[in-house]
Design a binder for this molecule. Structure first.
Ligand SMILES: Nc1ncnc2c1ncn2[C@@H]1O[C@H](COP(=O)(O)OP(=O)(O)OP(=O)(O)O)[C@@H](O)[C@H]1O
Ligand SMILES: [Mg+2]
Length: 226
């Protein structure tokens, strides 16, 4: 489980067109993220943090350049490989918890296990352990809507962590939370990062996040600056 993985940006550019006007958001960016470290992606609003999270996860593709998970080019994955990458190798967390309201809390948490083909009683056992650990075992059979914002975000985090991913990518995970719930969420991510030697990449304005990460990468004019 302590296997090291990398997520590499190889001369990645991303250009959006607003009408005929090109906007270069990422400019030949090259960087390797390691799976045993934590990174804060910072930068002004509009500097490209969310764009970079989307590109690192394959939810969006670069205009030029490539992204590699170890030595696999994620932009060349088949549909099946992409699904395994997203559900097994990566965990994703966004500003809003985006839990499925048709499912109970525990069903949300175990979803990725079922997607990658684990049997449902093992998934249930593992989901209960995770919920116990985050203090929400009593909410297992409830609907996500009946939880507070901070509780929902903790559920979203253990859902993303379910398959013990090599990398957890989060875009403003504390953006909708007050300071106290925000620091609970960051502490939880850091705890798992250290315990599992997982790569943690968090895009955020929040100094709480940059203070807690091993490395701080600031985006400006499409590249990382000091
Ligand atoms: N799909 C799109 N089409 C056109 N322009 C886009 C698109 N997505 C993002 N942009 C532009 O790219 C730039 C970077 O956006 P992005 O959302 O990555 O910034 P950000 O650093 O996450 O900002 P924030 O801190 O406000 O979340 C912005 O100028 C935005 O308007
Ligand atoms: Mg953003």
């Amino acid at each position: 489980m302590d296997e090291k993985h990398t997520l590499t940006l190889d001369s990645v550019s991303k250009i959006f067109y607003q009408g005929k006007n090109p906007l270069t958001v990422l400019d030949s960016l090259t960087y390797t993220f390691g799976s045993h470290e934590s990174y804060a992606l910072t930068g002004a609003s509009g500097s490209g943090k969310s764009t970079l999270i989307h590109i690192l996860s394959g939810l969006d593709s670069p205009t030029q350049g490539s992204v590699f998970f170890d030595d696999h080019n994620i932009n060349e994955f088949t549909t099946k490989q992409r699904s395994l990458f997203l559900n097994r190798d990566l965990g994703l967390v966004f500003q809003e918890p985006m839990l499925l309201n048709e499912l109970s809390v525990i069903e949300n948490v175990m979803l990725k296990g079922l997607i990658v083909g684990q049997n449902s009683s093992d998934c249930k056992k593992h989901a209960l352990e995770l919920l116990e650990r985050i203090g929400l075992i009593d909410k297992a059979d409830m609907h996500p809507r009946s939880l507070s914002g901070g509780q929902q975000q903790r559920v979203a985090i253990v859902r993303a962590l379910f398959n013990r991913p090599a990398f957890l990518l989060a875009d403003e995970p504390t953006g909708s939370l007050d300071d106290k719930s925000g620091s609970v969420v960051i502490d939880l991510l850091c705890e798992y990062q250290r315990e599992w030697n997982m790569g943690l990449i968090i895009a955020s304005h929040d100094s709480l996040v940059s203070d807690a990460m091993d490395k701080v990468l600031k985006l400006h004019d499409g590249v990382f600056v000091l």
